[in-house]
Design a protein around this ligand. Structure first.
Ligand SMILES: [Zn+2]
Length: 286
């Protein structure tokens, strides 16, 4: 009985102490990122027309970077109440991403969330600048950008020749980010090319094919992670390091999947009338 009362008391106080954003701050957070989720791997639109009424549906959340109350995710007691509910401490996210960032605070750190916010604001400006162009030529520009993103050693060398699996994994991760956001980053986080993500393509057939490419890229990363944990390969050689896969089928899967990715991308580009692909066109393998 006593315990029960204590819990009620604690929750009651917690509610009072929350440093909530004002409506004006929430609106500012949403507007500065064009009402899109700030997670660069999501970018979901968070506002749309409701079906029946003249209403607007909002699935966005003004999330706290450091928690609104003591004991919450990433809570920072050095902040004043005013700072805690200020624009600087907020980030606009879709509902599922707002739950995601609170479920794993070691992964979704203050620094990471601030970087997301910064990227998202930059992308909102890029989105605005692009809106004047016509659909087809804009699609071609995006595809040209993707061609550049895939023109890298991670898509050229057979897996046993990959100098460093960690770099390979990073290259795939950066390619996924580029595909989703139109931003290609160097390893230190510097932005080197800017375009739009695949969701900006106006041709739905191409968009679907690029979604397939995105799924295949994610599969590459997942299987690489499993292979590493399971000790499915080992290194040999000095200087020019090679990898030996104990499972030949797995090795072949890494090579054939990347070939398939390039093939799908080549097909889309051919369909768009883009010539001069610089990567070797899908042979058997390499
Ligand atoms: Zn999201």
């Amino acid at each position: 009985m006593v315990e029960y009362k204590l819990i009620i008391y604690y929750r009651g106080t917690g509610d009072i102490m929350r440093d909530e954003f004002t409506q004006a701050t929430k609106d500012l957070l949403a507007n500065r990122v064009g009402w899109k989720c700030s997670n660069p791997n999501c970018r979901k639109g968070t506002r749309g027309a409701a079906i029946e009424k003249e209403d607007i549906i909002n699935i966005g959340v003004a999330a706290h970077i450091t928690a609104a109350s003591k004991g919450g995710p990433r809570y920072d007691e050095s902040l004043t109440s005013h700072e805690r509910k200020s624009y600087d401490n907020g980030i606009w996210l879709c509902q599922s991403c707002s739950k995601l960032i609170d479920s794993d605070v070691d992964r979704y750190t203050v620094d990471k969330l601030k970087k997301w916010k910064e990227l998202s604001e930059e992308m909102a400006i890029l989105d605005m600048e692009e809106s004047g162009e016509s659909g087809n030529s804009k699609d071609r520009d995006i595809l040209m950008f993707f061609l550049q993103c895939f023109d890298r050693p991670a898509f050229r060398d057979p897996i046993y020749q990959e100098g460093c699996m960690e770099d390979f994994d990073e290259a795939i991760a950066d390619t996924i980010l580029a595909l989703n956001t139109g931003i290609l980053r160097t390893r230190d986080g510097h932005i080197i090319k800017e375009s739009s993500g695949k969701s900006a393509l106006s041709n739905n057939k191409w968009k679907e094919k690029l979604d397939v490419i995105g799924d295949m890229l994610s599969a590459l990363r997942k299987r690489l992670k499993i292979a590493k944990t399971a000790g499915a390969y080992s290194m040999y050689g000095k200087g020019n390091v090679m990898y030996y896969f104990y499972d030949r089928e797995l090795e072949e899967w890494f090579d054939s999947t990347r070939c398939e990715i390039l093939k799908v991308l080549s097909d889309v580009c051919e369909d768009a009338g883009l010539e001069g692909l610089r990567f070797p066109k899908h042979k058997e393998y390499w």
